[in-house]
Design a protein around this ligand. Structure first.
Ligand SMILES: NC(=O)c1ccc[n+]([C@@H]2O[C@H](COP(=O)([O-])OP(=O)(O)OC[C@H]3O[C@@H](n4cnc5c(N)ncnc54)[C@H](OP(=O)(O)O)[C@@H]3O)[C@@H](O)[C@H]2O)c1
Length: 279
């Protein structure tokens, strides 16, 4: 059985990836800040020496913060991932890495497939694309899984933020011109176990099935979390964020569907389960 190394193991996704591999009886070594830093060469060497498959959940994930911290975002999400790939290539290790819908500009009419040309519109998107490209060019055996709109028990996400806003407001305005699929990190983690077991390589898109606008998804969530709170639609133009967001975050996941044993769940099913834990 391959031994698994999980980087960024205390993050929202990393925590569920650790649990999923541990539950399957895989030997797991895990690393995270502050003791371990992916931008340090010695840390990367330590990770490569610790097992066969290196799963990189470490990332600079503050999308708005990246606009004024370009150097750090690029170092963590870009250069460090490329350097990890070079060490993995030299040592014969596999690297599993995560990327994002932010590598696209969101102007496509249809869902994005793995073959669509990336075109990021934010510093975060650029930094994540750099990591993807440097990893692919490193010569190691790699799997990059692009995710979008993830949520889980171990981190701040769209739903924990909605709940916080609802504590002080009776009406929430939520954009109705950004469309995607909220995706549970527990489902991502189970999928990664399967993809690793099946030796999948290259780039994959993964999200829950079905799509909704942020407004539709927020209305679905608030019906469970705070039914008395009204959820009104607004446009992205009326709700200016520091970093621009892609309007279309929809993924075409047919490539993943061809290898996965189970059909991907519709976004409402795992979300309903998660919302119960927030009540
Ligand atoms: N959340 C989403 O909606 C979403 C969507 C698409 C793709 N993704 C991708 O999914 C992956 C996992 O993200 P996540 O949601 O789990 O984010 P997260 O909760 O922010 O986890 C990231 C982890 O990386 C750690 N980290 C940050 N800088 C580091 C460094 N220099 N060295 C070592 N560790 C470092 C963080 O530590 P600290 O907590 O101490 O900073 C944290 O434990 C990322 O590649 C992200 O780009 C996420």
């Amino acid at each position: 059985m391959d031994s698994i190394v999980i980087l960024g193991s205390g993050g929202m996704l990393g925590s569920d990836v650790v649990s999923a591999f541990s539950a399957r009886g895989c030997p797991v070594a895990d690393f995270d800040q502050p003791a371990w830093d992916i931008t340090r060469h010695e840390s990367r060497q330590e990770a490569i020496a610790a097992g066969d498959v290196i799963i990189n959940c470490a990332a600079y994930t503050d999308v708005d913060g990246a606009e004024s911290n370009q150097q750090l975002a690029t170092a963590v999400n870009g250069e460090a991932v490329g350097e990890l790939g070079l060490l993995a290539a030299a040592a014969g290790r596999r690297v599993v890495h995560f990327s994002t819908d932010f590598v696209f500009d969101g102007t496509k009419e249809n869902p994005y497939s793995e073959d669509d040309a990336p075109c990021p519109i934010s510093v975060y998107g650029h930094s994540k694309l750099l990591g993807e490209s440097m990893l692919a060019a490193s010569g190691c055996d790699y799997l990059t899984v692009r995710l979008q709109w993830t949520y889980g028990q171990h981190g701040e996400n769209f739903f924990t933020r909605l709940l916080k806003w609802a504590e002080t407001r009776d009406v929430l305005q939520v954009v109705d011109d950004q469309v995607g699929s909220p995706t549970a990190t527990v489902d991502v983690a189970a999928t990664i176990c399967e993809l690793v077991e099946k030796n999948a390589g290259g780039t994959f898109h993964y999200a829950a099935s079905g799509y909704g606008s942020r407004h539709e998804i927020a209305a679905f969530a608030m019906a469970t979390l705070a039914p008395s709170c009204k959820v009104e639609p607004c446009s992205s133009d009326a709700f200016k964020a520091t970093a621009p967001r892609p309007r279309n975050s929809r993924f075409d996941c047919r490539k993943a569907d061809e290898i996965l044993n189970q059909p991907r769940p519709h976004w409402q099913e795992p979300l309903a389960t998660f919302l119960e834990t927030l009540k």
